[in-house]
Design a binder for this molecule. Structure first.
Ligand code: COD
Length: 300
């Protein structure tokens, strides 16, 4: 299943409303227009200064039917207003507009006024591999240097998310730089622990976990064979789990810019999926992210 199948299988959803925090990003608004036109969304609420939204819409020739605007003077105010709309059940999905990732994440995590649902929130990037199937990369954008317990929660979030978008019994590769356990490399020890947790059924939903695996062995069965690695996950991973934000972000950007994969990102673990796209993403890739979040909401 690729993004095209995902969008085709989604079907119209007359009641779903999305709020865009600080919606001063023309590509985000154009993607929302397309999602409204394709029936994935019933309404879009933008938090931002109304005159600036209208000017932006005029500049790019965007029809604002189906949009409503909640005034906000600053990105921080826009983020907390959008989070409030989710908390009060007025909207179902949250999307980042033209503000910094950390600003929206802080509003989401706010102890009194946020929308945490799980103990840990984490980022899941969904990419369409050259073979046409979808696979997940986590956590390339939220948790900076997780410890083993946080890694367990990050993997658990990704496994649940995989199930919610129809990747049942996912195979998860815990990535490291080598595929053997080196007592001097904590990431290889953590990967081995996560593998055992998988074998002992310590994740919320069934999954096959294997690691440490280097990216080549996780991605390519041939590469794994050449190294004599026997693994149920090698060459078939549905989830690629990195162990810190730096390696994750490097991999994410290399896959986007060098391999030119279509990638859509969401934060999971809050009361709704949070769509995080980067400014460089095109409107079609932002539409993929909206469709993905709608699918996750329907499947959770
Ligand atoms: N899940 C649940 N609770 C969390 C999480 C999480 N992932 N992270 C922090 N918290 C809680 C903490 O326990 C604490 O109670 C509160 O939130 C504040 O924690 P701090 O002091 O660590 O929070 P912040 O506001 O300094 O940082 C949280 C961020 C998510 C903003 C921070 O981790 C961050 O900047 N991450 C990188 C985001 C980013 O820039 N991504 C773009 C790179 S591509």
């Amino acid at each position: 299943m690729g993004f095209t199948n995902l969008k085709e299988s989604l079907g119209p959803s007359p009641k779903r409303c999305l709020t865009v925090a600080w919606g001063l990003d023309s590509e985000v608004l154009l993607a929302c227009r397309e999602a409204l036109d394709q029936g994935f969304l019933a309404g879009v609420t933008v938090t931002a200064p109304p005159d600036q939204v209208k000017t932006l819409a005029e500049e790019v020739g965007l029809n604002l039917d189906g949009f409503s605007i909640r005034p906000a003077e600053t990105p921080e105010e826009g983020a907390s207003e959008a989070v409030r709309l989710i908390r009060e059940g007025q909207c179902d999905l949250l999307m980042k507009g033209g503000l910094q990732t950390s600003v929206i994440l802080r509003a989401v995590l706010n102890k009194e006024r946020g929308i945490r649902a799980q103990e840990l929130l984490s980022h899941v990037a969904v990419m369409e591999l050259p073979t046409g199937r979808l696979a997940l990369l986590t956590d390339a954008a939220m948790n900076i240097k997780p410890d083993l317990y946080q890694k367990q929660l990050i993997l658990d979030n990704a496994i649940r998310f995989a199930w919610s978008i129809g990747l049942k019994h996912p195979k998860a590769a815990v990535l490291a730089s080598i595929e053997t356990v080196n007592p001097q490399m904590q990431d290889t020890i953590d990967a081995a622990c996560l593998t055992l947790m998988g074998k002992r059924g310590q994740f919320t939903k069934p999954a096959t976990v294997d690691g440490p695996l280097a990216f080549d062995n996780a991605y390519s069965l041939e590469a794994a064979r050449q190294k004599g690695i026997e693994s149920e996950v090698a060459g078939q991973a549905d989830i690629f789990m990195v162990q810190d934000i730096t390696s994750g972000n490097l991999l994410y950007k290399a896959l986007t810019y060098v391999a030119q994969l279509s990638i859509a990102g969401v934060v999971v673990g809050a009361s709704c999926p949070i769509i995080l796209t980067s400014r460089a993403d095109s409107a079609p890739s932002k539409l993929n992210a909206i469709a993905l979040a709608c699918q996750a909401l329907a499947g959770s």
